[in-house]
Design a protein around this ligand. Structure first.
Ligand code: ADP
Length: 360
């Protein structure tokens, strides 16, 4: 293998840059040139490439100068896009032709389940081998217990919860705090446990809006009663739960007007969750997944993804990287999202148990 291309696509996730940086360093050390595709699939269709490795005078390759800041930064320096053209066979045929023109022996796609769906189609339609790396703050990618970006996003959410809790406790406030996740409630579920929230609302648990309001009112009344005299109530809500967060906070406020000195506020974290320096865990995972993806391409594999998997058993072991076919991973992704995957069932059981601890 002489030359590969790498792109980042879909929603950006902290740690994408760390994966690209690891790819550049590892490939350069093996004498493999890396070109970066700018702007995800848009840049692939339009052939917008930049060199990420350079030849050294004395022989061998090195990363191009001035990129050594990459690993510690959020976002994606290559840029990303939502690219409707790539959904059609003509767009993908153009992309395939650009890859042949660029004379690459393989393509690495770093992105979420949409990007990896595109990667699967490209791999089956184009002669150039394609390997995926899961990166999405939503943690909704099959075949990988964690995706790049999830850990950083969760730490950002927990810090926001702590900050909001400081002010809430000073004023007997309840906060309804919305986190990203249209179809997947993973961020809401995981952060609710870690931030010791009082309730969590997930898209995977559809609820009647009026009934939810009744339950939340009851939660507030119980929490702020002299019996429990809590000073803070924190309700974490996933974006995909239909009632708008600020409206929900307003409706709740209306329900508890009679409680003296108690107020309810809504807060939407939105894109704040996407940014920021990747955590140790995301950087470390990005490096390991990049190594596995490069190995897979070198071994002649295509239409596969490097996934991060936990180990089961009593022996002490680190999580490991496994290579899964993109087709299997997409089937598992569907199961994750429709709630039939084993891991979703287990996560929902855990959250039900935790809800016994949460007040709702
Ligand atoms: P993410 O990768 O974060 O899930 P998207 O779902 O927006 O983000 O997907 C990113 C891009 O991947 C899309 O803009 C499109 O170019 C490509 N893509 C998504 N779904 C498909 C599909 N079914 N077929 C081909 N390409 C797709």
């Amino acid at each position: 293998m002489r030359r590969i291309a790498v792109l980042t696509s879909g929603g950006d996730a902290p740690g994408m840059n760390a994966a690209v940086w690891a790819m550049i360093k590892l490939a350069a050390a093996r004498g493999i040139h890396v070109i970066g595709v700018e702007g995800g699939y848009d840049g692939l269709i339009d052939g917008v490439f930049q060199d990420l490795t350079r030849a050294l005078d004395g022989g061998g390759l090195a990363p191009v100068a001035g990129l050594d800041w990459l690993a510690g930064t959020g976002g994606t320096f290559l840029g990303s896009s939502r690219c409707p053209r790539f959904r059609g066979p003509e767009g993908r045929a153009r992309a395939c032709a650009r890859l042949s023109d660029a004379d690459v022996d393989g393509l690495v796609v770093i992105g979420g389940n949409g990007s990896l769906t595109g990667a699967h189609l490209l791999a089956s339609e184009c002669g150039v081998p394609v390997v995926g790396i899961p990166a999405s703050i939503d943690n909704d990618i099959g075949g990988s217990t964690d995706a790049i970006g999830v850990d950083t996003a969760l730490n950002t959410i927990i810090e926001a919860c702590d900050r909001v809790s400081d002010t809430a406790r000073s004023h007997h406030r309840a906060f309804v705090l919305e986190v990203m996740g249209r179809r997947s409630g993973y961020l809401a579920m995981a952060s609710a446990v870690a931030a010791t929230a009082d309730a969590v609302l997930l898209p995977e648990q559809p609820r009647d809006a009026a009934e939810t309001l009744d339950q939340l009112e009851d939660l507030l009344r119980r929490s702020f009663s002299t019996d429990r005299s809590k000073r803070r109530v924190l309700i974490i809500k996933a974006e995909g739960v239909p009632t708008p967060t600020l409206l929900l906070a307003e409706q709740l406020q209306g329900r508890v007007e009679d409680l003296e000195n108690v107020s309810v506020r809504g807060i939407v974290l939105g894109h704040l969750i996407r940014g920021g320096h990747p955590t140790y865990h995301d950087r470390m995972m990005a490096g390991r997944l990049a190594l596995a993806a490069l190995d897979a391409l070198s071994a002649g594999s295509s239409d596969v993804m490097a996934g991060w998997q936990a180990n089961i058993g009593t022996r002490t072991q680190d999580p490991h990287v496994s290579i899964v076919s993109l087709s299997d991973m997409l089937t598992e992704t569907d199961r994750l999202l429709d709630g039939t995957s084993d891991v979703t069932t287990m996560r929902m059981r855990l959250i039900r148990e935790v809800q016994g601890v949460l007040a709702l």
